[in-house]
Design a protein around this ligand. Structure first.
Ligand SMILES: [Zn+2]
Ligand SMILES: [Zn+2]
Length: 145
């Protein structure tokens, strides 16, 4: 009898180890699943690009498509000054460019002056103060490289 029991135990152990190994390395329930190098990350899981409204022409554009210049903030302050030139829609196409504060038409050289509040765990908040005609501040400081 003993001749049969020993190989049987080995086989059962082998099956258990195989299942455990499968669970660990291939199963979606594996605690390491997202770190496994052979797991193809689903492309559709990629975060969609944030969209935002261009403050100059109100077109809906992808985040990053609005041209801005951000100035270094002073020590300890939570907000930084920024200039918003506009997006590709209003800079390259002939969309009407308007200041949201004074409603004046803006030329291609005009820009909006805004304060950017940097927040660690949330999206940065941008508060538009006005255009270079209705709000003349910060024009003398040098932009950040
Ligand atoms: Zn625009
Ligand atoms: Zn204005």
């Amino acid at each position: 009898m003993g001749d049969f029991v020993q190989p049987l135990i080995f086989i059962i152990c082998g099956i258990v180890l195989l299942c455990f190994g499968y669970y660990l390395f291939f199963s979606t329930y594996s605690p390491f699943y997202q770190y496994l190098p052979w797991v193809k990350k689903n492309a559709s899981k990629k975060k969609p690009r944030d969209i935002q409204k261009c403050p100059v022409c109100s077109s809906v554009v992808f985040k990053g498509d609005v041209k801005t210049i951000v100035f270094p903030g002073s020590e300890g302050s939570v907000d930084r000054l920024m200039h918003i030139k506009g997006c590709y829609s209003c800079l390259e196409n002939d969309l009407p460019r308007k200041c949201p504060v004074c409603k004046a038409n803006m030329s291609l050289d005009d820009f909006l002056i805004a304060r950017m509040f940097e927040r660690q765990f949330q999206k940065n908040h941008i508060h538009v103060l006005g255009c270079n005609h209705c709000r003349k501040t910060g024009a003398q400081s040098k932009p950040e490289a």
